[in-house]
Design a protein around this ligand. Structure first.
Ligand code: SAM
Length: 350
């Protein structure tokens, strides 16, 4: 890279929050949509008529967006979206990431340095006085909660169909859904198979929400049980009785040491024929640069907001911990298109 280009890149970084807030504001005020939907470009005056935002406001936003190559002037004084602008308006992953960044992370990331220095999610104080975001998840403001769940579900929902086929290959009768959150996976399992029973494990706030969701569905609700549990509590136990232990996007909520302890908790009462399935978006298993970049950035959400000590892991790291805890990875399922996930299938070392 030439020095002049590197200087340009360095200054893009120096002002990157300005660009981010510009994009967010243009989306929220309908400016980006107005530009994107105009076939032959649109002038500032025309945007003003469409959106009721002042000419000054539109001008400063458009100048920033043009400099960041989100919009361009194909005809003088008429703005159109570029390819980057196209994806910001139309790509679901980009929009979900953007609203997660704005609503959940933006204010808390200000405390990243303190979080790193203190190994605590110091940014979480913008929402409440909890040790981890999971303790407060159910009581976050609605807009924040929506962006958190949209983000979480986007990355797990589109893997469920493939995952169900893998998990039900051995016809399990009892599944433990550990870190089941809103109950989506427990619901999916009991709908997929009319005989299976599921016990969902999670913190009290999430169990209460899941229970409400599940009780509405009469055809399955009698096959789902609940266990309120804090897996970080050294006295908590995972009982015996499951054929399958399912953990989706769950172990990334913990440090390497904590993951090992959770696996050992399962091991304590696990039967020899049972299986553990870990579904994760591993950073070293991604086909697209945008996906691995999103995951690497998500690690900093864990640092500054979620718990201060976890991250998105590489599959090699997870397999190392699994092995250390006394399990063998017997299969590694890379899910198909539209999915970012890998499922590690484990059994006890014999
Ligand atoms: C990122 S969500 C994953 C939800 C779901 N399994 C999925 O795939 O979308 C992590 C879940 O782990 C739960 N969790 C986090 N820390 C926990 C703890 N110490 N004990 C029990 N559950 C915990 C959270 O409450 C949350 O529901």
């Amino acid at each position: 890279m030439k020095a002049i280009d590197a200087l340009n890149e360095a200054n893009k970084i120096a002002f990157s929050p300005f660009v981010f807030q510009t994009v967010y504001t243009m989306l929220e005020l309908g400016i980006l949509e107005a530009i994107h939907s105009a076939k032959n470009g649109i002038s500032i005056k025309e945007i003003e008529n469409k959106t009721n935002v002042s000419e000054y406001g539109i001008r400063v936003l458009c100048e920033m967006a043009e400099s960041a190559q989100i919009i361009e002037q194909k005809t003088e004084n008429k703005y159109s979206t570029t390819k980057i602008g196209f994806f910001i308006v139309n790509d679901k992953m980009t929009l979900i990431n953007l609203y997660f960044t704005q609503d959940v992370c933006y204010n808390g990331l200000y405390y990243l340095k303190e979080s790193i220095l203190n190994s605590k999610p110091e940014g979480l104080k913008v929402f409440g006085n909890w040790k981890t975001i999971y303790e407060g998840l159910a009581s976050l403001p609605d807009k924040v909660k929506k962006s958190w769940f949209d983000f979480d579900h986007f990355y797990s929902d589109n893997s469920f169909d493939d995952a169900l086929k893998i998990i039900f290959k051995n016809k399990p009768k009892k599944i433990f859904d550990i870190g089941g959150n809103t109950g989506k996976w427990s619901i999916a399992c009991t709908k997929f198979n009319k005989e299976v029973n599921v016990t969902m494990f999670d913190l009290p706030g999430q169990i209460n929400v899941a229970k409400k969701n599940i009780e509405k569905i009469k055809s399955i609700s009698n096959r789902i049980e609940y266990q309120k549990i804090d897996l970080l509590n050294p006295n908590s136990k995972i009982p015996e009785g499951a054929d399958v232990y399912w953990m989706s996007q769950f172990l990334d909520c913990f440090s390497e040491e904590e993951i090992e302890k959770i696996l050992l908790k399962i091991k304590e009462n696990m039967s020899v024929n049972a299986k553990i399935y870990i579904m994760e978006t591993f950073i070293d298993d991604q086909r697209f640069k945008a996906a691995s970049h999103s995951l690497i950035a998500t690690s900093l959400y864990f640092t500054a907001l979620a718990n201060g000590n976890s991250k998105m892991y590489s599959s090699s790291v997870m397999k190392y911990i699994v092995n250390k805890a006394g399990f063998k990875c017997i299969n590694e399922h890379h899910l198909k298109e539209n999915s970012f996930h890998t499922i590690l299938e484990l059994e006890l070392k014999k």
